[in-house]
Design a protein. Sequence first.
Length: 301
Amino acid sequence: MTELRAEPGEPHSCPSCSTTEDPSSDGGPLPSSRGKLKFSLLYRRERCELLVSSLEAWGLPGRGHTRSAVRVRLLQEVPSHIPGLQCVVQEWRSRVVKSCSRPAFGDHFVCSLRDAEVEKSTLKLEVQRFDKYSRNAALGEVRVALRELKASRSLAVCAELQKTTKDIVGEVLVSLKCLPISQRIEVGLLKAKTTPPCSTADVYARIDVSCRHHRQKHQKSRPRAHTPLIIFNETFLFHMPEPPVWDCTVLVSIYQVGSDPRHLIGQATVEKSRAREASDHWDLVKKSIQQPVAQWHPLLV
């Protein structure tokens, strides 16, 4: 994080963002609204720097005693056979604001960004309800395509929060094998493809399996070097209810080793009710008792 100094030039508004409501007005957002987010962007072409500042939210659902924060991700398109593949170039988190229905976070962020990268980059800002004892709840997000930026002119953004969506950052090869006699499910973690890493830290995978809404004790892989193609070649055994059920959920999460807080690289969910690929995987496992069936699944973040 770096303090942002004022730049000359008048700010201009983002053409894709709604500014129908002034944050200083007395009227609140519509009942169905997730709230609004306001911030400023500036791209300094001469320094190849992107600056994000003046984060402020209002009209958030919930009472004033909740704690909120903003996670900011700079995403960039990656040429690949995987449709929609992106890499996380930079990630920040604002300070947590307590007991405020209209939090002003006051954070300023900066990152290096070459002129040629601006056209294929997107800034994603996700407002979260912060809970230090459990998983943070996402309230909504705002995305801005950086091709709308004009060099050395501040872009003032004021937009409604939209429903949060996941981004594809890679894929993982998972094998499943049903062992009905021993009442086990064998999960094989074979390979993972990710975008080029921004850090030299190793990674590990965590495997979670839930059957009939009962979560089994998770298991972890050994640490591996974070390369574009990560070779795991490990298997994990989990208890399976009797009789066998095919609505189990397998969650593969890849994390960076030693990061505090824990940094998630990406997650893949293999579940009967999810995408068609995941459903097809379970159908093949059902037809191939005691035989491993491997399939690629997208890594999302």
